[in-house]
Design a protein around this ligand. Sequence first.
Ligand code: MEV
Length: 310
Amino acid sequence: MVAASAPGKLILYGEHAVVFGEPALSVAISRRTRVEARPGRRTEVNGHPLEEGRYPYVAETLRTTNHNEPLTLTTQSDIPMASGMGSSAAVTVGLLACLQGAPGPLQKEEIARTGFEVEHAVQGRASPIDTTTATHGGGILLLKEREENFLWSIEKGETRWNLHGSPLPEMKFVVGSTGIEASTGPLVAQVRRRVEAQAVARKAVERIGEIALEGVEALRRGDLERGGDLMLENHRLLNTLGVGHVALDKLVAASMPFSFGAKLTGAGGGGSMIALTNDPVGVTQALRSAGGSAFAVSTVPTGVQLEREP
Ligand code: MEV
């Protein structure tokens, strides 16, 4: 038996624009998915036969790695599904770690590369932000150029992402969940159509890239006011790209009296928002009163890791 776990993530700035190669910043969080793999008589996940529609990321991971031997897979997760918090990347990366298995340290770059290919195949289009964050942990900054703290670069077609570790001061975030599940693939496709058709959407993508760069600078120097203002601007631009939702706007507005700034996180269309705050209790109560579910998260340095048998 082999088991591995990988963290969920929050994108602080840059989702969607990052698919077009713009800069983006994400952090790994203290919620994880654990995957356990043992040889079996037929491949099944959590007691169900492996079906493409039900477990697309698992099916694609086994296909991409040419893994043909039957496996009994069990997953356990405290990352809500289809909520913008990287649950698909965590299960993909966790399974890839199981397939790589012992002995020796995990080949993380290899896991991140294959994880990206899996997400790209399932979603039709993707950036490596989710899978690299689930693999490496900590803060992850995607840049057009290669700079300090470089980890690896990944390319697809004409787009190249240079992935970097991004040391950040400790910050407090509250996640507010709309409870509306939204799949990433159709939202990414919708943004592409808008960007192809509308100059205002192309401008929004470019400005989101600038916001990510300004945001990481602000957070590094501890300027949470500026970091929060940039989150709000990023949120409005995501609405321009068509991936917002009234339920997200409501939660963002409810969090503002208690936070520096807030925005949707991940693919949008429902899912979750995040608020940067020094008052997690105040934000949590405000989000619950506005009809969302809410919980505080901490950021974690630990990416994917093999686990001992429980
Ligand atoms: C989803 O968590 C982030 C998106 O930018 C898609 C991607 O980068 O693959 C919406």
